[in-house]
Design a binder for this molecule. Structure first.
Ligand code: NAD
Length: 246
């Protein structure tokens, strides 16, 4: 797929969808930087799995909502590996509640991590990608950002914001050889959706493919978008939801 030795940064790479993206990129012989916030042991486990495949990996603790910490992370990566080829903006949180009960800090934290985080990482990487005349940015949005969801005004706004961000940045950077795309997962089996799936047993019946998505399903798409095979795709939002939103 043309990913051998490409330097790839995956935010929130210690578990769930991010972990699987790290592993699939490594299977394609990429060098992977596993960004994490607090799960040091889990991040170390992902790095060991990648090294066991004979690939290079590094873990890096940084809160994506912190502009200075993210700039330092990306500068340190380029110091160590000489370049940055692929940025996967995967880190994300939910802090759900109806608007009447939602606290201001629940709004702020979700927007800061899910949306401002993508600005922080992209801004830090783009200056290097422009010099390289090449780069790939892949943002993890959500079907909730397209269709909305009760109890998730903060999350939906952040994920909808990612779509506008992706299209605008794709237009800005197209002439520099950099592609920017977004993926919109439906219901994927991870810690984030565990309680939701328990509460709504009927979810599967609403999915034409009759199963929940797996982190591997999303990682397959992200790895394709990161690869040379996707070089003529930019500014797109691709839903990966088993047909749920048809
Ligand atoms: P998850 O909770 O398993 O993983 C989220 C990851 O983000 C964790 O590793 C967490 O530590 C990291 N993270 C959170 N805040 C961070 C911060 N400030 N800085 C750095 N890392 C931080 O959830 P997941 O389901 O694997 O979600 C991954 C992405 O996919 C998220 O952006 C989520 O919104 C999106 N998504 C998930 C689903 C789903 O059904 N699971 C659906 C649509 C979109």
């Amino acid at each position: 797929m043309g990913l051998a030795d490409k330097v790839c940064l995956v935010t929130g790479g210690s578990k769930g969808i991010g972990k699987e993206i790290c592993l699939q990129l490594a299977k394609e012989k990429a060098c992977v930087i596993v960004n994490y916030l607090s799960d040091e042991n889990k991040a170390a486990q992902v790095v060991s799995e990648i090294e066991a495949m004979g690939r290079k990996a590094m873990m890096y603790k940084a809160d994506v909502s912190n502009f200075d910490a993210v700039s330092k992370m990306v500068d340190d990566i380029v110091d160590k590996f000489g370049r940055i080829d692929v940025l996967v903006n995967n880190a994300g949180i939910t802090k759900d509640g109806l608007i009447v009960r939602m606290k201001e800090e629940d709004w702020d934290r979700v927007i800061d991590i899910n949306l401002k985080g993508i600005f922080n990482t992209s801004k830090a990487c783009v200056k290097y990608m422009i010099k390289q005349k090449k780069g790939r940015i892949i943002n993890i949005s959500s079907i909730v950002g397209i269709y909305g969801n009760v109890g998730q005004v903060n999350y939906a706004a952040s994920k909808a914001g990612i779509i506008g961000f992706t299209k605008s940045l794709a237009k800005e950077l197209g002439s520099r050889g950099i592609t920017v795309n977004a993926v919109a997962p439906g219901f994927i089996k991870t810690d984030m959706t565990a309680s939701l799936i328990e509460k709504h047993e009927d979810i599967v019946s609403r999915i034409p493919l009759k199963r929940l998505g797996s982190p591997q399903d999303v990682a397959n798409l992200v790895t394709f978008l990161a690869s040379e095979k996707a070089e003529y795709i930019t500014g797109q939002l691709i839903a990966i939801d088993g047909g749920m939103t048809l």
